[in-house]
Design a protein around this ligand. Structure first.
Ligand code: GDP
Length: 302
């Protein structure tokens, strides 16, 4: 249900698996696994994961552990589920006990940072938390206007830069101070997202992190990297770089309602060992859901 309308491309790519496995017999194994490998690769699982999955299926088939096409398909789905849950467990937010908890939302422009922040505010607020938004994307003037709209929509207060080109770190620091004074539960910090190849962005994010840690010990509690689900395997180098510089605690994968390619989700979780905490499945306030690995696996396989 969560992914209704999403992953149609991935499902089409993987549809061939059903056909292959329907007519599978032992003597046909190598040909079937070659085609299966191809189907996983075009679905953006990436070469490493694909090889891992296919070789483990091959071993189990020749060891006589998998005796029918149905058993092979179940084993395939289970190995994807394993990869997602072993490396990427713990999808709930870790907010600590000091107030306010601070969540920084980071990612490149256009990925869905501001929208995800708004949707997350709505979700946390409906769970009973008081929220303050911090407009830390001081580079793009429109970003704080956009966040302002989300603040109104969700009934949250917002702290924005008082002057143009203010430092993001000082806006966030000011917001967290205000949140502390007011006894707010969670401060949600938007950040700038010029291209990740621009080193100064990374420096700015590190400065933001330090600035909020000065106000509340242990903050930021979460640094969530927003990844655009439609970018496929291109999200991998992005995730690596953000993680190396700022240390990511979880992913928000957006635009999974569209033509996202599902395999990359498995690749990024497996390589970085960082959990997907939320998925974006539309542009409305309710379109951010906690990541459910089983629902995801059911959605990508036909
Ligand atoms: P930012 O530059 O990273 O802050 O990205 P925005 O939040 O401005 O989002 C960029 C565009 O993607 C906007 O048009 C959003 O409405 C859209 N968007 C964000 N998340 C989703 C999602 O989960 N599904 C869909 N379909 N669109 C999304």
């Amino acid at each position: 249900k969560i992914f209704s309308g999403g992953f149609s491309k991935t499902r089409d790519n993987l549809a061939v698996i059903d056909e292959l496995l329907l007519y599978w017999n032992l003597s046909d194994t190598d040909r079937v696994l070659d085609e299966l490998e191809e189907a996983l690769l075009v679905s953006d699982f990436g070469p490493k994961i694909t090889l891992k999955i296919v070789e483990s299926l091959r071993d189990d088939i020749y060891a006589g552990k998998l005796k029918s096409g149905t058993e092979i398909k179940d084993a395939l789905k289970n190995s994807v589920l394993d990869l997602l849950t072993k490396r990427g467990a713990k999808t709930e937010l870790k907010l600590g006990f000091r107030k306010p908890a601070v969540i920084m939302i980071v990612g490149v422009n256009g990925g869905g940072k501001t929208t995800s922040l708004g949707k997350l505010a709505y979700r946390l607020k409906s769970e009973g938390a008081s929220i303050l938004m911090a407009a830390g994307d001081t580079f793009r003037a429109a970003a704080s206007d956009q966040l302002e709209i989300w603040a109104e929509r969700t009934g949250c207060e917002i702290v924005s830069a008082e002057k143009e080109k203010a430092k993001a770190s000082s806006v966030l620091s000011q917001a967290v101070k205000k949140g502390k004074e007011q006894g707010v539960d969670i401060v949600l910090c938007d950040t700038s997202g010029r291209l990740h190849t621009n080193y100064s962005l990374m420096e700015e994010l590190v400065a933001c992190k330090k600035a909020v840690a000065k106000v509340v010990q242990g903050a930021p509690n979460e640094i969530l990297l927003v990844l655009d689900g439609t970018t496929g395997l291109n999200m991998l180098p992005q995730a690596r770089e953000f993680n190396e510089v700022v240390g990511i605690t979880g992913f928000i994968l957006t635009k999974l309602d569209g033509s996202a390619r599902g395999g990359c989700v498995v690749s990024v979780v497996d390589e970085l060992g960082i959990p997907v905490k939320f998925v974006g499945v539309g542009e409305g306030v309710e379109d951010l859901q906690p990541f459910d690995a089983q629902a995801f696996v059911n959605a990508i396989f036909p």
